[in-house]
Design a protein around this ligand. Structure first.
Ligand SMILES: Cc1ncc(COP(=O)(O)O)c(C=O)c1O
Length: 427
């Protein structure tokens, strides 16, 4: 555990004004006063920079933002301005993308259990590709009027990440092993659907670029075999998925976008040239690496108390309902006191807990902070992906608002839920 201030884990525009955290030119105290807490804050500069990094690493590819990481109309619109599309896995996510003005030809559809009704909605939206995840889905696609598909294949590549977000191994609920993937391609052609190509996604929060290279080699083998078996069939499109990890703690060292995605693309282009295959159109689906570091969460500290075993709990006004990643994945976070950031650290550590009725509702087990007091603002970095998106209303707690900051201003991009919103669901 490092004692260095975790400022590098915050968005690109983060800086200190005296003791106070400032992001996008807006002070943390101003954000909390204007929008309340808990509050998820997104930095426009970081979002645009990540989008541009992908566009630079893959200028000819369709970069489809993994909407699941943070489904938000304003963020999808901003990314669309940067030329990105959207990877959606439900009709709900599709609606967010359409509302944001993402054109159908930049939308890629996923999901391991798509219904006929959902497929009809995707076809009606004119999406670029539906990624087939099961053999009998091909017939459903034909019935729904889907024109072009990719087949998701699992190449049995192990990755070093939490088991819940590893998806490229045999035994995953996602995709089809190569043998069945080829059957799906063949079935699509028989059904009069364009069998455009193959998709692979190895998992999420990957801190190593090597498995992505192995995936390219694995895909090549499948393509070469499919060419033989399917009478010279060649993919016009290859989708390499997402997966690039981010820094949650100062010990994390992810590859850059260029090393991860750029490296994968260079390998694919070279392998395809070596085997005299026509170069396919490429699709990438980054989620976490676009929005993860761009977002952080501001909480207000309430109770600070010591327990019999010497633990000092610092209770915040949110918890597992706005960020369930510690409970789901054993995720580790760092934090700072947003108005006392530069003060000396206390000698011990603090357990930052939420306000939910569960002992496991601990956001950070060992936070290094100046001694916290009731009323302090706690800022937790790298909470832009898979946090609010996976949030809940446990304990009937309305979910936080989200704002976008930049050039000294803050704009609400998702309003705070109210108790009335929750009660409106009651019959
Ligand atoms: C098919 C697919 N593509 C892209 C993503 C986005 O992954 P990440 O957020 O790790 O970039 C996911 C996430 O689970 C996924 O399942």
């Amino acid at each position: 555990m490092t004692t260095a201030l975790p400022l590098p884990l915050f968005p690109d525009s983060a800086t200190l004004a005296g003791d106070e955290l400032v992001v996008g030119g807006v002070r943390a105290s101003v954000l909390a006063a204007e929008f309340g807490t808990p509050l998820v804050v997104y930095c426009e500069q970081s979002l645009r920079a990540r989008a541009r990094a992908y566009r630079a690493a893959a200028p000819d590819a369709l970069v489809a933002f993994g909407t699941k990481a943070f489904p938000n109309v304003a963020v999808l619109r901003l990314l669309a301005e940067e030329g990105l599309g959207a990877d959606v896995s439900t009709v709900g996510e599709l609606e967010y993308a359409l509302r944001a003005g993402v054109p159908g030809e930049r939308i890629v559809v996923h999901g391991n259990n798509k219904s006929l009704e959902e497929l009809r909605a995707y076809a009606a939206a004119g999406v670029a590709q539906v990624v087939v995840d099961a053999l009998d889905e091909v017939a459903l696609c034909a019935e729904a009027g889907v024109r072009s598909i990719l087949v998701r294949t699992t190449l049995d590549i192990e990755v070093d990440t939490h088991e819940a977000i590893a998806t490229g191994h045999h035994g995953s609920k996602f995709g089809l092993p190569p043998e069945l993937a080829m059957e799906a391609l063949s079935a699509a052609r028989s059904a009069g659907i364009e069998a455009a190509g193959l998709h692979v996604h190895l998992g999420s929060q990957l801190l190593d670029a090597a498995p992505g290279q192995a995936a390219v080699v694995g895909l090549l083998q499948v393509v070469l075999e499919a060419r033989e078996r399917l009478g010279g069939w060649t993919p016009s499109t290859i989708d390499l998925g997402g997966g690039l990890g981010i820094r949650y703690t100062q010990g994390d060292v992810p590859p850059t976008v260029d090393m991860f995605a750029g490296g994968q693309i260079a390998r694919l282009r070279a392998e395809w040239t070596t085997h005299s295959l026509p170069q396919p159109r490429l699709i990438l689906e980054p989620g976490r690496s676009i929005v993860g570091q761009a977002g952080f969460t501001l909480y207000r500290v309430g109770v600070v108390k010591s327990t019999g075993d010497g633990t000092t709990y610092v209770a915040i006004d949110g918890g597992m309902s706005d960020n369930p990643r510690p409970q789901l994945y054993g995720a580790v976070y760092e934090a700072l006191l947003a108005e006392r950031a530069a003060e000396p650290l206390a000698s011990g550590t603090f357990a930052v807990c939420g306000k939910h009725c569960e002992s496991g509702d601990v956001l950070i087990e060992e936070a290094r902070l100046p001694h916290p007091r009731r009323g302090d603002l706690l800022a937790v970095p790298a909470t832009g992906a898979y946090t609010l998106a996976m949030g809940s209303n446990y304990n009937a707690l309305p979910r936080p608002a989200a704002v976008l900051v930049g050039s000294g201003t803050a704009r609400l991009i998702r309003r705070r839920e109210t108790l009335a919103d929750l009660l409106a669901l009651e019959a």
